[in-house]
Design a protein around this ligand. Structure first.
Ligand SMILES: [Zn+2]
Ligand SMILES: [Zn+2]
Length: 421
């Protein structure tokens, strides 16, 4: 048994983060802001919110949105427990893997059990990804420590901007919720809230948020407890900040939560709820293609990045013409005030889910990818699979799809808040 634990955990600790990586999120929001500044027929509402690019205020607004979008992966708001560890909010390998990313999935490939479409659930994966340790018998979810799952306010990041428990649209009973996340639960039985839930909660909170009468900024360090080895833990001390800007809603930075979820739903694996089959490799390839080379992104784990706006020149995936084509041709991006953010994200996820990854049904040793146009590729490794230029092009489309989605969601929310049609 111990040997098995060891093998499982080695997989976990050798892997990197588990969502579009911080760098790609940073580039996506930068591309979207650029697009809103220069390409899109910018609405009055968006212009009012973003102000002018090359002013102190304009730069402050843009930096705030970049930071808020990236930091979503570092909110330690889901905790696990295991008999070989004290409660932990993630794992540390080459990079930090914070469990909050469990709620960054929206599995539209099958009908949900507890939501119309569930988020990540171990039972819907085959346990061959870096999520396999969830299958270990002693691993449980610590709902009482997790502010996404209970009303407990854990983190300084949240207290000003608490969006509440991720229970919106939950179809189960209170007892189901209790059984999954509290007491003697097993992590392998848990169904985590889907990404559209925190996005919609953040939007609702933003809509009811008053205009800030003066600017303020709060900087703090948070110690995040991570599992780092079979019986060892590690503390990650991470720097956070949030700010309010005079004349904008106090909860303006919750746009970061919304953009982040929107962007993660442009990754195929997040719309099938799987941690395996080149999930991590595809996301790392996003960083590499954006920068034109492999980059060290460890500073993101410490909370250091936007102080160096020119640190990375990584806008190579951004294709303004492609963003415009997607924005103007896909019905999911049309202006529809009747469409809730939650439902729009479901539609976005359905489009993304047309790109599939999995085992080759004829040969277990091969990993396969089927593009939305039906083209099939299979190789012995993700490394080989992701060398195909068709897959790299598809990733570029998904990047620009995420930019278009961010632009559209931003514009819609600005118009709604400001009541400008
Ligand atoms: Zn991911
Ligand atoms: Zn994420």
């Amino acid at each position: 048994m111990k040997r098995h634990i060891f093998i499982y955990l080695m997989f976990l600790f050798s892997t990197a983060a588990y969502a579009f990586n911080g760098l790609t999120h940073q580039e996506l929001i930068k591309s979207a802001l650029d697009h809103l500044d220069s390409f899109v027929e910018t609405s009055q509402a968006t212009r009012q919110w973003l102000g002018t690019e090359n002013t102190k205020r304009g730069r402050r607004i843009r930096n705030l949105l970049i930071r808020a979008t990236v930091d979503e992966d570092y909110r330690a708001n889901i905790f696990l427990d295991a008999n070989f560890h004290s409660p932990f909010a993630g794992a540390m390998g080459k990079a930090a893997n914070i469990f909050t990313t469990f709620s960054h999935h929206l599995n539209v490939s099958i009908p949900g059990t507890y939501w119309e479409f569930d988020g990540y659930a171990y039972k819907n994966t085959d346990g061959t990804g870096n999520d396999k340790y969830l299958g270990l018998p002693s691993v449980s979810v610590k709902g009482a420590l997790s502010n996404a799952l209970s009303s407990r306010i854990h983190s300084g990041f949240i207290d000003d901007n608490d969006i509440g428990t991720y229970q919106l649209e939950f179809k189960g009973t209170q007892q189901d919720w209790q059984n999954m996340f509290f007491g003697n639960n097993r992590a392998s039985d848990a169904v985590f809230p889907p990404a559209n839930v925190p996005a919609q909660l953040a939007k609702d909170r933003l809509m009811s948020s008053p205009i800030a009468k003066k600017g303020r900024k709060k900087v703090w360090a948070e110690t995040i407890n991570l599992a780092s080895g079979v019986f060892s833990s590690q503390e990650l001390s991470r720097r956070f900040w949030r700010a309010e800007i005079e004349g904008l809603p106090q909860a303006f930075d919750l746009l970061g939560t919304i953009f982040h979820m929107t962007q993660d739903l442009s990754v195929p694996h997040h719309t099938h709820g799987i941690g395996s089959y080149c999930h991590e490799e595809l996301e790392t390839l996003g960083d590499t293609l954006a920068c034109g080379k492999r980059v060290d992104t460890s500073l993101f784990d410490l909370g250091i990045y936007d102080e160096n706006p020119n640190y990375y020149k990584c806008q190579r995936l951004y294709d303004p013409a492609l963003v415009e084509t997607l924005r103007t041709h896909l019905p999911v991006f049309s202006t529809r005030p009747d469409l809730s953010l939650s439902n729009r994200l479901k539609e976005i996820a359905k489009l993304t889910s047309q790109w599939r990854f999995g085992k080759d049904p004829r040969d277990e040793d091969l990993v396969r990818s089927v593009l939305p146009n039906g083209l099939v590729f299979f190789e012995k490794s993700c490394n080989e699979l992701l060398k195909h230029k068709e897959l790299r092009s598809a990733l570029k489309v998904q990047y620009n799809f995420a930019v278009a989605a961010t632009v559209v969601v931003f514009d819609q929310i600005a118009k709604e808040y400001l009541k400008i049609p």
